[in-house]
Design a protein around this ligand. Structure first.
Ligand SMILES: [Zn+2]
Length: 150
């Protein structure tokens, strides 16, 4: 059974985030999977941070696009994600690119660290955003920083 994904939510920042994520995807290092992913984060004050997936010949050392974008955000001193666009599709334009490139389980937790329950995660293909999830939809009953406030 496949659940129906939620419809895209076209916020004012989506077009610019899509363009930035697409540019990061163009620079992704994915010679093994040939599956290119780009991500662009917007912080509440409007700053944008991007990243692509970075694979490695030692496969487990690879890093997802979301993790790359989060690293850039943190390096700049930002700590909150207002919304993120993630674009993923095979490098081969003739390949089937119809799948929904939702963040992997590990990245859902990475995003959760800097997100609110209503933070928007826009999931896109090369043609545009295909679905928009809230953080709480992608990772319900999650464990986050508040669980460690003593
Ligand atoms: Zn991931």
């Amino acid at each position: 059974m496949t659940a129906t994904p939620p419809a895209p939510v076209p916020t004012p920042a989506v077009p610019a985030l899509f363009t930035t994520a697409a540019a990061a995807r163009d620079h992704a290092h994915a010679p093994y999977s040939r599956f290119l992913v780009g991500a662009a984060i917007r912080t509440p004050d409007g700053a944008v941070f991007a990243g692509g997936n970075v694979e490695n010949a030692a496969y487990p050392q690879g890093q997802c696009a979301e993790a790359s974008a989060i690293g850039a955000m943190v390096a700049a001193g930002a700590r909150r994600i207002a919304e993120i666009v993630v674009i993923g599709a095979p490098a081969d334009p003739a390949a089937d690119a119809s799948g929904l490139c939702t963040p992997c389980g590990g990245c859902r937790q990475r995003l959760r660290e800097f997100s609110a329950p209503d933070t928007l995660i826009h999931v896109a293909g090369p043609e545009g955003v295909r679905a928009t999830f809230t953080m709480d939809q992608l990772l319900p009953f999650s464990f986050g920083p508040d669980n460690l406030s003593f």
